[in-house]
Design a protein around this ligand. Structure first.
Ligand code: FMN
Length: 303
């Protein structure tokens, strides 16, 4: 059972609870309604979309690691046109705020994707993914150079009909510098963190356990890093933050909010324990009772 004690305000909208499905870990929101209904979330972020379909990386694309996993999906997706035709009509009616995550292999593709998503009726927000694995060199510069990130946000923002959330990569020297550059360039909110670049080796085969050399690390092992980055960024900017990275328990979600997140993203948890979302919400309510607090919104801090 939940109540409006979990309500939060984000980008001018009342969201019924602060838990958001992180991009790539809940598909397009329609794949597992019996196990984890879309209505469980305060909002859903869709798997990354691009203007044209992408094939993604060669398999294997997932490797388990201690307290987490590596993935190298490579942003496979059907493309925005097919999504708009086949999936969006079913998603729209759910009544859950939908955030469309998008990317491009270059500036033109980013612009095209922003325009195509803006043509959809009824999105809540658009999330620009600054980590771009298909063009590794440009992708790395884009994610980590405040000037390059700023240029892209300035190009994209005027094309967006919906609020623009910029998703930051942790694979950078100073995440707060990139965050500040994005805020100054017009981002309405930030989300962080994306996966950390990692590697796993099959020592018998003497090769990477992924089809690519490196992959993105997610899950509980990255939580302390995510928490530190959310805390750091929350002191550097004024715009709201969606905090994510390894959140797996009510305590983790509460910690994210105390560190400065307005909403809390859950990704890898959904692949391990789909009931975890309900457990987090119940745990948050119990915490409010224990601490004599009326609403979860009271937790939002900048620790
Ligand atoms: C299988 C998988 C696919 C992902 N796909 C995307 C994606 O398409 N776009 C994106 O911005 N982030 C993507 N992510 C990153 C997650 O949204 C999230 O930022 C990251 O996994 C950290 O959160 P977690 O530890 O709760 O999973 C993906 C993560 C995983 C594990």
């Amino acid at each position: 059972m939940t109540s409006n004690r979990l309500e939060v305000t984000f980008l001018g909208k009342t969201i019924k609870n602060p838990i958001v499905a992180a991009s790539g870990c809940y598909g397009y929101g329609l794949e597992q309604p019996e196990l984890l209904p879309p209505e469980a979330f305060g909002a859903i972020t869709l798997k990354g979309l691009s203007a044209t379909p992408k094939r993604g990386n060669p398999p294997p694309r997932i490797a388990e690691t201690p307290c987490g996993m590596l993935n190298s999906i490579g942003l496979e997706n059907v493309g925005i046109e097919a999504f708009a035709k086949n999936t969006w009509p079913h998603l729209r009616g759910l009544g859950v705020p939908i955030i469309a995550n998008f990317f491009g292999d270059d500036e033109t593709e980013f612009q095209k994707a922003a325009q195509m998503l803006s043509d959809l009726e009824g999105l809540f927000a658009m999330e620009l993914n600054l980590s771009c694995p298909n063009k590794p060199q440009w992708g790395r510069i884009l994610a980590s150079d405040p000037k390059v990130a700023s240029r892209l946000v300035r190009l994209i923002k005027p094309l967006c009909r919906y609020p623009l959330i910029v998703k930051l990569s942790p694979n950078v020297a100073s995440i707060s510098e990139v965050a500040k550059a994005c805020e100054d360039s017009g981002a309405d909110a930030l989300s962080l963190i994306n996966t950390l670049l990692g590697m796993a080796i099959d020592v018998d085969a003497k090769s990477s356990r992924l089809g690519t050399r490196f992959g993105g690390l997610s899950g509980p092992s990255i939580y302390p890093i995510a928490l530190r980055m959310v805390s750091e960024v929350s002191r550097a900017v004024r715009i709201p933050i969606v905090g994510m990275g390894g959140v797996s328990s009510p305590e983790d979600a509460i910690g994210m909010m105390l560190a400065g997140a307005s909403l809390v993203g859950v990704g890898t948890l959904l692949l391990v324990n789909p009931f975890g979302v309900e457990e987090i919400k119940q745990g948050m309510l119990a915490y409010l009772d224990r601490h004599g607090l009326e609403k979860v919104a009271c937790l939002q801090g900048r620790l």
